[in-house]
Design a protein around this ligand. Sequence first.
Ligand code: MN
Length: 345
Amino acid sequence: MGLRTGCVSAQEPTAPGGTLARVSNLEPDPQESLCGGTTDVAAAPVAELLYGRDVVLGGTRGIPVVRTLPNKNRRMVGAWCFVDHYEANSSMRVPPHPHTALQTVTWLVDGEVRHRDSLGSDQLIRPGQLNLMTAGQGISHAEDSTEAPGTTMPLHGVQLWVALPQSAADVAPAFAHHADLPSLVDGPASTRLLVGQIDGERSPAHAYTPLVGAEVSFAAEGRVQLPLEPDFEHAVLCLTRDDAGSVTVDGQPLPYGPLLYIGTGRRALDLGGTAGARALLIGGEPFAEQMIMWWNFIGRSHEEIVAAREDWMARRRFGTVADDRPPLPAPEMPITQLVPKGRTR
Ligand code: MN
């Protein structure tokens, strides 16, 4: 099966770069994201390259990360609803900001980031470790790279969001750091499980919908068949630039930059890599609910989003982060009513 570009955004293909990485939604005028998607779940294996967009945020010092979800053409992969990929010699400065009804998944390939939140968590994260923050009814956090003042550090990672189902949207906020994740070794390929299970190995990270997330790294050139849950839809992101290692899916080169959506109905992922190559696999049961994603909030109605925004601006509900910087103000609500959208199976 050759890769086709069935879901390409209007923008030029893009790959991560720049000098200032950021992982929160700092957009001054965020557009409503219609989660659940306008595109039906692919009922069979496909290969769609979803090109991301450079999101330039944080003013003049802000440099893009590449955001492949939500995509113009496909909003979610399982409950995964947000994928930011950044790779730069840079610094990360993300002041306190809120979230609702989602989990944030932080995964680094290079660098070190300090996480602080309104539960009192203060946690360094390094490559190979997982930070999983459950916003539920409301949490706030700040994230900063740990380079010495006035310097930068190589920062490479992904910031992912997982939508909570309505049944768990209001759970109490929580934070977990997982430094010892299970891995599967198959010849040259080592698969670290961030979320969910593969081939009998299970991540300790708690998810609220059937979900999988894994990083596959190649110590030497090779090709493996990674077992998949056929009822899930899946997508693959190449994490390494060509000079650091290249990746194939079904024997076809997977370029650095876009997210490759591979649909449902697969019992295995045919993944190849050269020495040093890394790929991220995300997948899950197709998310059937309707919801709204606006700024850093997920909600089920316009009124829920308005209430979350008002609570944040009034410094209610979201606690405080031990941080001297002023919290990020929320953007103005759009004039139009936010409408929940869904994907039907
Ligand atoms: Mn955040």
